[in-house]
Design a protein around this ligand. Sequence first.
Ligand code: GLN
Length: 303
Amino acid sequence: MDYQDILNEIYEKVMSFKDRGIPASYIPELAHVNPENFGLHLRFNTGETYGVGAYHTKFSIQSISKALSLALASSFKNNEILKRLDVEPSGHPFNQLALLEIEHGIPRNPFINSGAIVIADILVSKLKNPKQDFLDYVRDITGDDTIDYDYKVAQSEKDTGHKNYAAAHLLESFGNLKNDVNEVLDFYFHQCSLHMSCTQITKAFYMFANRGKCVLNKTRLTEQRVKRINAIMLTCGFYDEAGEFAFEVGLPGKSGVGGGIAALLPEQFVISVWSPGLNKRGNSKLGMLALEQFTSKTQLSIF
Ligand code: GLN
């Protein structure tokens, strides 16, 4: 199969779309991004790579980072994750608070905001210099020291992230936040602001497709944890659109409101796409379409 031809065909198709969705603007700094951008990158476990469009351009990975923070938190012993979080799809938007109150401060899963804030709290407890150590972890698993936070995006979310402050206070009121709300959210906003390209994301997610071994061949996760994180990506990676993503694309993955999506087929490949316009559920509109086209044309999905 000629994968470069397939990527080119997908690129031509998505570029012909008039309705590209709407970039997130609730984080003011994200609203400046040009919705015409589109990048797609494919990395096979064999080392072969293919790309089309703006796949070297860096963007705000936002909630894609939640898979990486979960991976780092799961790698510690006595990490409390299973006591403090559930692993069920929420069926609700990523920032919804009602369920958290009804379910006594136990987030449905680590990929909705409240769940990711609990993971951030665990990392703030475990890491000496949380922001630097998390950045070093991402640089380590990718073998790429140029990766950094976008401090303007982090500040922009700090200034406007009222629902995340509300979630953190609600968690604290139920005894499910151990550190200071401001410290945990400062970490969480920086984590979400990671500025990466599609090529860097496919490297970072390679360990999920490669039984826990990252691109430099170092083991960073056990096989059991990889299995579990991939399961959570499949069932919860796209919030109230997780069913639709499994139905249309058929891969575990994680989206972000920056318009990026990372998805993978265990033992085979990682694919990452970026198109800033979002659909009504906060997932990249053309990104989802591109991945549906890819798995339909190649018949490479977990189903
Ligand atoms: N930082 C964003 C938030 O907390 C992440 C949301 C997302 O990408 N879905 O709202």
